[in-house]
Design a protein around this ligand. Sequence first.
Ligand code: HEM
Length: 410
Amino acid sequence: MTAPTRTAPTPSFDFTTPEYRRDPYPFYARLRRDMPIVRINQGRRGESFYVSRYDDVMVLLKDVERFASDKRTAGHEVSWLESRLSLGVNDSMVMKDGADHRRLRTLAHKAFTPSRVAALERRIAQLSDELLAAADARGSMDMIADFALPLPVAVISDMMGVAERHRPHFHRWMKGILELDGAGWLELLTNFPNMIKLNRFLRELIAERRRNKGDDLLSALVEAEEAGDKLSFDELVASTLILLLAGHETTVNLIGNGVLALLEHPDQLGRLRAHPELVDAAVEEMLRFTSPVQLNAPRFACVDTELCGVTLRRGQAVCPILASANHDEAHFAEPERFDIGRQPNRHLAFGFGPHFCLGAPLARLEAKLAFRALLQRYSDMQLGVPRSELTWRRSQSIRGLTALPLRVRR
Ligand code: HEM
């Protein structure tokens, strides 16, 4: 006889409120302690289970036989409207499983190997210096708008071969769309023109690259599509979008949240200044402590199954809370302590398993060079506004500041 399973608690909770965005960690600690699996209704996103403990998050990310990234593998259909509103992200590697996932990932992987990424070092260091010099010339600095965002955007745009003249519009449309993560249906529909413009832009970018191939990642993807059986046109658009999106959405928050963590822990900032060789470990701790991607993309139960003592029916969505796993006291000693020398530090900020972040080597290098440039240039950095005035982006899955005004001294 099998043991009876519990039902998951259904706390009423909104991941987008300003209170939660300001400090989600006490909420995660309560979940881990009392309700390691919960069922929460998130408006437009519908109802999902959420798991908060490290071990359950690992099961979800590793056990691909039971949990799929593609909702179609778990018996769902993707409606025409849903497909349009996701701009085709359903066709990208993030939402594929098995052989399709491997095929799409392999095509982009070459550009992100540690050796290819290391070759970008000089360019990233030069971009960092240029951006900081421009901020110095203005006399004040918003860490996000002046540095943390333009740096990774320029790097991914270079890698994909997006011409300088296209970057401002393209960035505007992208920004509108990124803010939709926590929005309701009305806002989503109002943003439709932005989506159409971005979609048209991606198609024009691809058409242009078909005419003029270069040495960039997009040319390699176009060649794969032209070869016939490796990549369909929709997948090409989706791959282009997902890479540009990831380049806009993630490293910015690692740098922004990381700077804030250092400012809030002056002993650790002093330690990093005294021991610059700790920068790699410091970036890992920033990833763990601040988790730029708080909620991973959901997984879908492929069969009726059990997780955390709760029965899940085929097709049900379960979302791993990476940020909570990264603060799980069962895996990290004193998890609320920010320790730039933490060893070991097996955080899940880049996910785990077959979908482990493809851009991790790039994000790590960008962050390392960004912090090196900042600390070398400025002998002093202070918050330019009281901590209580900082505002967080509304996104459900991403945690990042809308702005980070700083006073800096060379
Ligand atoms: C601090 C920076 C970053 C963080 C925290 C981050 C986090 C993540 C996470 C958690 C996943 C797993 C998604 C899943 O399991 O469903 C992921 C996947 C992915 N990331 Fe990142 N990411 C970062 C930077 C980047 C960058 C710079 C790029 C490339 C430009 C990138 C490209 C991707 C891609 C293509 C995937 C999908 C991989 C797959 O499905 O096989 N990421 N990332």
